[in-house]
Design a protein around this ligand. Structure first.
Ligand SMILES: Nc1ncnc2c1ncn2[C@@H]1O[C@H](COP(=O)(O)OP(=O)(O)O)[C@@H](O)[C@H]1O
Ligand SMILES: [Mg+2]
Length: 225
């Protein structure tokens, strides 16, 4: 589903060339739950942006759902993102003036889906927020806002769910609930889940852990191996 082949992202700096991603090769299959674990500054977010077609690379190849991302123009890239990828951020990134229902309907309205609001409502019920659909983000707790963001990410039925420190703004109990929801949601829809985290405990909830350090893969191991 995701195939990074010798991916390099380097940038010039006053001190010489900086390798933000250095020779990253990995394959992620449909339905896999994968944690990308590493300290702050390791390159996790950048690697996730590359997988999501939101950041270009200087060398190598990125294939997502069979499409060579480097070969696509901006419009095609936007289509691939829309059709295959859902993203969840640490800071939720909901639109403050919109209700939960409207926020979740946005990606469907962008593709003129006539059932946008019905599907959005169903997605909110799925994440346990059926009773909060008319609330705006300010009227929701952090955990509830992240549930809305998860509903928005899955409402288009993506093949890949990318989550960047999704529990980073939440207390431990709420974070654990959100983790459980993410993993259950991914498994239910056979969606690949890529969880970016610096937290060992969260990473071990995934079926596979890829450790990132200094822009490189330090290790890549499936659970129980
Ligand atoms: N657009 C950019 N220009 C220059 N340096 C960047 C850019 N984006 C990220 N970096 C640098 O790349 C490194 C990895 O960043 P990031 O992917 O955000 O790490 P992580 O998510 O693991 O904390 C950091 O040292 C960061 O400062
Ligand atoms: Mg990061």
């Amino acid at each position: 589903m995701i195939d990074l082949d010798h991916v390099q992202l380097s940038m010039p700096s006053r001190a010489g060339q900086v390798d933000i991603l250095n020779d990253i090769s990995l394959k992620i299959n449909r339905g896999e739950t994968v944690a990308m674990l590493g300290p702050s500054g390791a390159g996790k977010t950048t690697a996730m942006m590359v997988m999501g077609g939101l950041e270009s690379i200087t060398q190598g190849r990125i294939t997502v759902a069979g499409h060579d991302l480097m070969a696509l123009d901006e419009d095609r890239l936007a289509e691939i993102r829309r059709d295959h990828i859902g993203i969840i951020f640490q800071a939720f990134r909901l639109i403050p003036s919109m209700t939960a229902l409207e926020n979740v309907a946005v990606p469907l309205e962008l593709i003129d889906d006539r059932d946008a609001f019905d599907k959005a409502r169903a997605a909110l019920v799925d994440v346990g927020l059926g009773h909060r659909i008319d609330h705006v983000p300010d009227q929701l707790s952090g955990g509830e806002q992240q549930r809305v963001a998860i509903a928005r990410a899955i409402v288009t039925e993506p093949d890949i769910l990318l989550a960047d420190e999704p529990t980073g703004n939440l207390d431990q109990t709420t974070g654990a609930e959100i983790m459980e929801l993410l993993i259950n949601t991914a498994q239910k829809h056979n969606t690949a889940l890529v969880l970016i985290t610096h937290d060992e405990g969260l990473a071990t909830q995934c079926g596979r852990i890829i450790r990132i350090a200094d822009g490189q893969i330090a290790s890549d191991s499936a659970k129980g191996v």
